[in-house]
Design a protein around this ligand. Sequence first.
Ligand SMILES: *[C@@H]1O[C@H](CO)[C@@H](O)[C@H](O)[C@H]1NC(C)=O
Ligand SMILES: *[C@@H]1O[C@H](CO)[C@@H](O)[C@H](O)[C@H]1NC(C)=O
Ligand SMILES: *[C@@H]1O[C@H](CO)[C@@H](O)[C@H](O)[C@H]1NC(C)=O
Ligand SMILES: *[C@@H]1O[C@H](CO)[C@@H](O)[C@H](O)[C@H]1NC(C)=O
Ligand SMILES: *[C@@H]1O[C@H](CO)[C@@H](O)[C@H](O)[C@H]1NC(C)=O
Length: 351
Amino acid sequence: MHSSIASYQWLLHIFTVISSLQVSAARFNIPRLSPTRGTILQNPEILSATISKDFQTFYYNQTLDHFNYRPESYSTFQQRYVINFKYWGGGAGADANAPIFVYLGAEEPLDGDISVIGFLTDNAARFNALLVYIEHRYYGKSIPFGSRKEALKNASTLGYFNSAQAITDYAEILLYIKEKYNARHSPVIVIGGSYGGNQEQTCSEMVMPIGIDNTTMFPPDPFDLSNYIDDCKKLYGVSPRPHWVTTYYGGYDIKLILQRFASNIIFSNGLRDPYSSGGVLEDISESVVAIHTVNGSHCLDILGANQDSDPDWLVMQRKAEVEIIEGWISKYYADLKESNNRSCTQNKRKD
Ligand SMILES: *[C@@H]1O[C@H](CO)[C@@H](O)[C@H](O)[C@H]1NC(C)=O
Ligand SMILES: *[C@@H]1O[C@H](CO)[C@@H](O)[C@H](O)[C@H]1NC(C)=O
Ligand SMILES: *[C@@H]1O[C@H](CO)[C@@H](O)[C@H](O)[C@H]1NC(C)=O
Ligand SMILES: *[C@@H]1O[C@H](CO)[C@@H](O)[C@H](O)[C@H]1NC(C)=O
Ligand SMILES: *[C@@H]1O[C@H](CO)[C@@H](O)[C@H](O)[C@H]1NC(C)=O
């Protein structure tokens, strides 16, 4: 598995566990790995019915385009999110700044993730956490332009389907939830694994130069960018921007960039996951840390725990992750207290 925990300046007081591996491309014969490893049925309706009553579904009027001021940018679509209030504040609801655990939906409808991503429910009681699951735009029920057909029609509608828009969607919904449920000072832990961009996105920003060389049992099929671009234009009418993702997020010297600009991330990997070869496998700073297991697979640690069958190394991996998160949250509360104390003192002086 590949998951992580990051802190973004623009999400005040929010810690993040973000998915980092950009995985995709069924069309181009690259094995697509989702957090749920294809164990999820294709029919979201059936799955919705199996999710317990503790999970309540909501829709947020999401802005179509966060990065433009053209009139059409202000159009909205309904973005689905699901909340489980059961454990929050130990059942007492919003109080004591209890944490919010958030699962960021990846390249599939949210329905399957809710029952499969056990890391949230397994740890909710320990942290008295509010659980939030947010669907990625263009998947499941979070489709702009009224219908899937319309949304995927051509480059004019597909242009809003990208990771920067998606991350901003998540930020908007989280800030809205914090406001709505009086949880402004709750720390937010974001959990995710893998990352897709099936269909569109491998033809826009997530260009992965994956090919087959002559050292495997398969016929060699080296990556060819110009063929790739031609295929994308034919299929979706979209021209990939292969270098945009590293321009926007950084990545040429990922170690240095993360060391200087990131905090509170756990990069977790199972080395049996082929994508772990592109993963962060070494600690980068005090709070940007790597945890890997030799026999782990893709996203294994964020799936539900099973006390009868989980091997010790998996139990230890999850335990280490939870303890790190606990440490961050304690530190956050200490900072919060100090900052409240500071503003109290200042107010008193003013009086
Ligand atoms: C969301 O948008 C719909 C349709 O435009 C509207 O009816 C509804 O009131 C909006 N909800 C909120 C909370 O703004
Ligand atoms: C996409 O389709 C719409 C409506 O059919 C059309 O107005 C628009 O020009 C098309 N965009 C592209 C990039 O082809
Ligand atoms: C395999 O590819 C390498 C690098 O392209 C080349 O040097 C080598 O001769 C190739 N070997 C065979 C058996 O084709
Ligand atoms: C990984 O699995 C192999 C095969 O089951 C086993 O021999 C090995 O000890 C395991 N390694 C670790 C670190 O658990
Ligand atoms: C709050 O500030 C006062 C005065 O600076 C200090 O004595 C006290 O220990 C602080 N309390 C906490 C909880 O930080």
